[in-house]
Write a protein that binds this ligand. Sequence first.
Ligand SMILES: O=c1[nH]c(=O)c2ncn([C@@H]3O[C@H](COP(=O)(O)OP(=O)(O)OP(=O)(O)O)[C@@H](O)[C@H]3O)c2[nH]1
Ligand SMILES: [Mg+2]
Length: 171
Amino acid sequence: MLISIGSKNPAKIAAVEQAFQGYAFEIVPVDTESGVSEQPLTDEETIRGAINRAVSAFDVSGADIGIGLEGGVQKTEHGLFLCNWGALRARGMEPIIAGGARILLPEEIAIQLLAGEELGPVMDKFAKKQNVRKKEGAVGIFTNGKIDRVEMFTHVVKLLLGQYEFKRQSN
Ligand SMILES: O=c1[nH]c(=O)c2ncn([C@@H]3O[C@H](COP(=O)(O)OP(=O)(O)OP(=O)(O)O)[C@@H](O)[C@H]3O)c2[nH]1
Ligand SMILES: [Mg+2]
C-alpha cells in the first residue's frame, strides 16, 4: 500500500509509520500547501488544512491513500486550546476526518498566537529548544512529556485508518 503524507515534518511521518504498523506499506512524504494560514486559529481552518494536505498528497503522488495532519488552536471561553486534525483521502470516498488531543495553552503563549505569531517558533523560544514542532511538540512540553506530538498524531491516524477500513467493509 502506497501512503502519501502532506508534510515533511518527521513527527507527522513517524505518526503515520506507527499507525500503519503491521501493514505492508511505503510512505511518500510530499510538500503540500495546507491552503490555510501557517497558524490556523480555528477548528474549521485546521480541518480545512488537513483535508487540503490529504487531497494534495493523494493527487500528486498517485498513492492509494493521502494523509493530511494539521495543528492549530481554537478559542473557547476557557482560553486558547491547542487542536489537531487529520484527514484521509482515498479513491471512491469523501475525505475522512478525525480530531486529536486538545490542551489549554498557557496565557503567555496564547497572547503571542492571538497577536499573529506562529506556535512553532513561540514554542522554541519558550522551551529554549530547537524545532519543538518536529519532536515532542507543544503537547509534549505542556504535558511534561506524558504524550508527545508523534503519539498524539498516531492516535489521529489510527482514527482515520479505522474509519477507512470500516467504510471499505461496509461497501
Ligand atoms: O511546537 C509545536 N508543537 C505542537 O504541538 C504544534 N501544533 C501546531 N504547531 C504549530 O502550529 C502551526 C501549524 O501547525 P502545522 O500542522 O503546520 O505543523 P508544522 O508546521 O510543525 O508541520 P508542517 O507544516 O511542516 O507539516 C505551526 O507553526 C506549528 O509549528 C505546533 N508547534
Ligand atoms: Mg506548518
